[in-house]
Design a protein around this ligand. Structure first.
Ligand SMILES: NC(=O)c1ccc[n+]([C@@H]2O[C@H](COP(=O)([O-])OP(=O)(O)OC[C@H]3O[C@@H](n4cnc5c(N)ncnc54)[C@H](OP(=O)(O)O)[C@@H]3O)[C@@H](O)[C@H]2O)c1
Length: 282
């Protein structure tokens, strides 16, 4: 297949490029300098030139707190840019695969979120990503994921390892829960959804729900350190408070995959061990 990938310089984008390329697809990958998706002219020129079968679209402004201070930029990059890609995709007959987020939910549900649950974003970032979902043409695919970590770019695994080198004790919140998800596993599932031309909304995460406190303990265990060095704190006690609210419950049930008979991604501890080993080699 001819696959156009946006945001190819990001955590998820870089793994998508590697995964699709390894499977022999014709990959047209662009980081922000190669294709600024917030330029309608640039999007149309690339899509009309390349005539992709699928557009995989992880590009986004992902700085959650910064989005609160600049909603116009958040809606331009995350929502309007998705409209530009959707318009162009419809003209050339390409399918759009949009990577979305747990932040479309407010996190107040006491149980995991299914694909069919009502959305209610509590942050500008979440609202702008939901607006992007709503720009997609019929027959598109929405892949909602959470707590992404990967070898490329900054993420919580790298942050926890750095803090463990710099401090005797580490504090992480124990009242926000989610499914940590590893970018290489996520990219493999997205490739499958593209190849099988699956449409609609899918929650795609690694399995195993934890709080950030529990996740930090798992990172220390995976790197051979004492997990008792991690101390739990409550979100309300974080100083200074962060501008954007985080969902207390970010746990996405992968119901659409499960009901489709597709094997879910591994427990997060498996790719976590792989990533920690990879980081320690570098
Ligand atoms: N990270 C998570 O925990 C998480 C959780 C749930 C969902 N997601 C979703 O997963 C997707 C990928 O996230 P990620 O973790 O890979 O984030 P990331 O590393 O920040 O990647 C996003 C990429 O988009 C690029 N980008 C920003 N503005 C752009 C523009 N105008 N045109 C083209 N590219 C642009 C960024 O380039 P620059 O760096 O050069 O600006 C960056 O390389 C996003 O859609 C995000 O909403 C992420």
């Amino acid at each position: 297949m001819r696959v156009l990938i946006t945001g190819a310089g990001g955590q998820v984008g870089s793994e998508l490029v590697a995964t699709f390329t390894a499977s022999g697809h014709d990959v047209f990958a662009f980081d922000r300098t190669g294709l600024d998706v917030s330029s309608r002219d640039a999007v149309r020129a690339k899509v009309f030139e390349l005539h992709p079968d699928a557009i995989v679209h992880p590009a986004a402004w992902t700085a959650v707190d910064a989005c609160e201070a600049d909603p116009d930029k958040a809606f331009l990059v995350n929502a309007l840019a998705t409209r530009f890609l959707s318009e162009a995709a419809m003209i050339v007959g390409a399918s759009v695969f949009y990577v979305s987020t747990d932040y479309v939910f407010d996190g107040t549900k006491p149980t995991p979120y299914k694909e069919w649950d009502d959305v209610a974003p509590a942050s500008v970032y979440g609202a702008s990503k939901l607006a992007g979902e709503r720009e997609l043409p019929p027959g598109s695919t929405i892949i909602r994921t959470s707590w992404v970590c990967g070898a490329n770019g900054g993420n919580m695994v790298k942050t926890i390892l750095r803090l463990s080198r710099e401090n005797e004790t580490l504090s992480f919140v124990d009242d926000q829960r989610g499914h940590p998800t590893f970018a290489d596993d996520l990219a493999l599932m997205i490739k499958r959804l593209v190849e099988e031309q699956r449409t609609g909304t899918f929650h795609v995460t690694n399995q195993g729900a934890v709080s950030w406190y529990e996740f930090a303990r798992e990172v220390l265990i995976a790197s051979g350190q004492d997990p008792e060095r991690v101390k739990p704190v409550a979100t309300i006690d974080l100083q200074p408070p962060r501008p954007a609210p985080r969902p207390a419950n970010s746990v996405l049930e992968n119901a659409a995959l499960r009901l489709s008979g597709i094997a879910l991604l591994d427990d997060f501890r498996i790719p976590l061990a792989r990533l920690v080993a990879q980081l320690s080699e570098n």
